[in-house]
Design a protein around this ligand. Structure first.
Ligand code: NAD
Length: 311
């Protein structure tokens, strides 16, 4: 039996991961989340009764220490973080508090017999890149904003704890991920919600920024494959899609698929934090996924067919 701690497991990606892990009766999960952006409704139910939820702030030592010392976890998936471009730009001090969370978890993990820590880093560690596709080893890290700096420093914490205490890690650098349970702070879910209500869809700047998108099932299947097969131990993997699309074209595609009357409007560009381009090298991720990634159009249709997408 694998005893697994999932932090941020009431959030979009964490709950999707937890659902997949809990479908294996050899796993026993404790999910912790402070419900800042997550919701108790997303915590998966399992027929095996192998999921327990505890409301807890990972950045509070006493909260997390009590749970770690009483449970003897084998593995940790640390997915809790303050997220969202606008929220993180407006709350830089809160964002930096997440450094306490990773430090607490690793300090406790090394003393409690944890075998490996899986961490949700971000494409933001690459900052405004000049090197494409962005590769785990060869693209320089150019983090400047607090959210990106926290992810970058967290990666350093993982490497340092591995070097000094032998605590294993796998770092997942997530690029834009989308799916039915995502909050409306993110581009695709926000645009779909607007389109379904025939409200204007607003783009920052000219909408010619490009992004790639990864459907949630691809993210979860790749990460669980790394876990089940002990791949990329003490290593880093980009987890994303590699088909680049202009933000303006996503808006048009969503309007088309939803038969919406929404206008597409251009707002002034964000002062910072809106990178011009992102495109991962996903050679490593493809080795984890034993199938083709879900296409953007298919992923959007799956969201529109999913009753868990709430306007
Ligand atoms: N969604 C993406 O495209 C994307 C891209 C890059 C990285 N990530 C990373 O993936 C992870 C999951 O993001 P998501 O998109 O599911 O966002 P989310 O907001 O749905 O999930 C984050 C969860 O963490 C919880 N949380 C936040 N601070 C906490 C704390 N101090 N203690 C306990 N719980 C806390 C929130 O309540 C929420 O449930 C995050 O680490 C995020 O930085 C996501």
């Amino acid at each position: 039996m694998n005893k697994i701690l999932v932090t941020g497991g009431a959030g979009f990606i964490g709950s999707s991961l937890a659902e997949k892990l809990a479908a294996d009766k050899n796993n026993s999960l404790v999910i912790i989340d402070n419900l800042a952006t997550g919701s108790i409704d997303k915590v998966p139910q399992s027929p095996y009764g192998n999921v327990r939820f505890i409301k807890c702030d990972v950045n509070e030592w006493r909260d997390v220490a009590g749970i770690m010392y009483s449970q003897s976890f084998d593995y940790i998936f640390h997915y809790a973080a303050l997220v969202g471009v606008t929220r993180t730009l407006e709350n830089p001090v809160k964002v930096l508090n997440d450094l306490s969370g990773i430090h607490h978890l690793l300090s406790l993990a090394k003393n409690c017999g944890v075998k490996r820590v899986y961490f949700s880093s971000s494409s933001e560690v690459y900052g405004e890149s000049f090197h494409f596709p962005q590769h785990e080893e060869t693209t320089p890290l150019n983090s400047r904003l607090p959210y990106a700096i926290v992810k970058n420093a967290s990666e350093s914490y993982l490497k340092a704890f591995q070097q000094e205490y032998g605590l294993e890690y796998t770092i997942f650098r997530f690029f834009n991920t989308y799916g039915p349970r995502q909050t409306k702070d993110f581009v695709i879910s926000k645009f779909i919600a607007r389109a379904l209500k025939n409200e204007p869809i607003e783009l920052y700047g000219d909408g010619l920024q490009t992004r790639t998108f990864c459907y949630i099932d691809d993210n979860v299947d790749a990460c669980v494959s790394a876990f089940n097969n002990n791949l990329y131990v003490n290593d880093v993997v980009n987890i994303g899609g590699d088909l680049e699309i202009h933000i303006a074209d996503i808006a048009k595609l969503i309007v088309k698929l939803t038969h919406s009357k929404s206008e597409i409007l251009n707002l002034p560009p964000l002062p910072e934090g809106d990178m011009t381009r992102r495109k991962p090298d996903i050679t490593r991720m493809r080795k984890l996924l034993s199938r083709d990634p879900v296409t953007l159009e298919d992923g959007l249709k799956r969201i529109l067919d999913d009753t868990r997408f709430i306007l």
